[in-house]
Design a protein around this ligand. Structure first.
Ligand code: PMV
Length: 347
């Protein structure tokens, strides 16, 4: 049996993808920071075999639910491009996967796990097609394309730093089908940007992302939201280039609250924030006003808060997290993470 392995990180969206057309074509472009220490490591041993056969172990235990998800994803690739993925018709895949973050931390793992899977499948494809094993731009683009099909936002995880997914007139290379790395130099204030994930609740989300996106199909504010996301993207790109923290904070917090606002006034309606999510938000705004430090928040489709801040403010902010914010976290639990360099092939 031959073996390949990838380590792929999670990412946090600053301009959110919320609403899609068929097969994960986003209704608006999104921009995210790729994380560093929240990642999935996936190893696949493979051999030619008659038919498709998959074994899947997550953190040392067989996991039937994930296995079925992977099998149906692989089968769906045939509809996309039966020639390119024909090697997947007759193959045995022995997949083992683990996350660097605890399963019960309430952190979505689909971005890291599905991007790791996509990268592994692209590596296997290279081996089957023979010859060139270089991991060039085309390789990562294909991996991002496949990751998108598995779980939309996963397509942004294959690259490090800031990543954009979705067609926008501002970036010539952008596409709805795959993500691209941010084409400009990030201002130095955003280099190694910090993200501390404050775990307000570790319980499972009460709305799946599939159901969540579907809420946008008949949402009365859908079109205006998609326009707003485009405007926000343009403003955020400028802020990332120039280091304009005021605009950065304004857009990033507005995006998080818009996402939750859209869920709250969807039909059916969902409230995914917890009382402590709001307490933390209040504390952040108060602290920012008093200290003048550039700290802000964003939220995923859940109650946990991502606290974002420049590396130069790390010392004071970490102290404040421990003394004040940790009291609002479940079991005082939080995870220090930061902007990372993207997926890595493990040899
Ligand atoms: O990729 P999905 O289908 O899990 O959707 C992700 C949605 C958000 O995390 C809320 C926003 C985003 O852009 O990541």
């Amino acid at each position: 049996m031959r073996k390949i392995a990838w380590r792929s990180p999670s990412n946090i969206a600053l301009v959110k993808y919320w609403g899609k057309k068929d097969i994960q074509i986003p209704q608006n472009p999104s921009l995210s920071f790729t994380l560093d220490s929240s990642f999935t490591t996936m190893e696949i041993s493979f051999a030619e075999r008659e038919g498709l056969q998959v074994d899947f172990c997550f953190e040392g235990k067989e996991n039937e639910k994930f296995k079925q998800k992977i099998v149906s994803f692989i089968k769906s690739l045939e509809l996309i491009d039966s020639h390119k993925y024909s090697f997947l018709k007759n193959i045995y895949l022995n997949i083992t996967s683990q996350n660097s973050f605890p399963h019960s931390a309430g952190i979505a793992s689909s971005a890291s796990s599905m991007s790791a899977l996509a990268l592994c499948l692209c590596s296997i494809a290279q081996e089957f097609n023979g010859g060139d094993l270089t991991k060039d731009e085309a390789f990562f683009r294909q991996a991002s394309f496949l990751a998108r099909l598995a779980s939309g936002s996963a397509c942004r995880s294959v690259y490090g730093g800031a990543t954009v997914w979705g067609k926008t007139a501002i970036l010539a290379d952008s596409s709805d089908e795959y993500a691209i790395p941010f084409s400009y130099d990030l201002h130095e204030v955003f280099q190694e940007f910090r993200d501390t994930i404050l775990i307000v609740s570790s319980s499972e989300k009460s709305v799946s992302s599939r159901a969540g996106h579907a809420l946008m199909n008949y949402h009365p504010f859908a079109n205006i939201r998609y326009q707003q996301a485009n405007t926000h993207l343009a403003m955020l790109i400028e802020a990332l280039k120039t280091g304009d923290m005021e605009i950065f904070i304004k857009i990033v917090e507005n995006e998080a609250l818009t996402l939750h606002g859209l869920m709250m006034n969807s039909d059916p309606s969902f409230i995914l924030m917890h009382p402590n999510t709001l307490r933390i938000i209040e504390k952040i705004r108060e602290f920012r006003q008093v200290t003048g430090l550039s700290v802000c928040f964003t939220l995923d489709a859940g109650p946990n808060v991502h606290l974002l801040y420049p590396v130069k403010e790390e010392f004071r902010i970490k102290q404040w997290i421990e003394y004040e914010l940790s009291a609002f976290c479940e079991n005082r639990y939080y995870i220090h993470d930061q902007m990372g360099r993207g997926a890595i092939e493990m040899v």
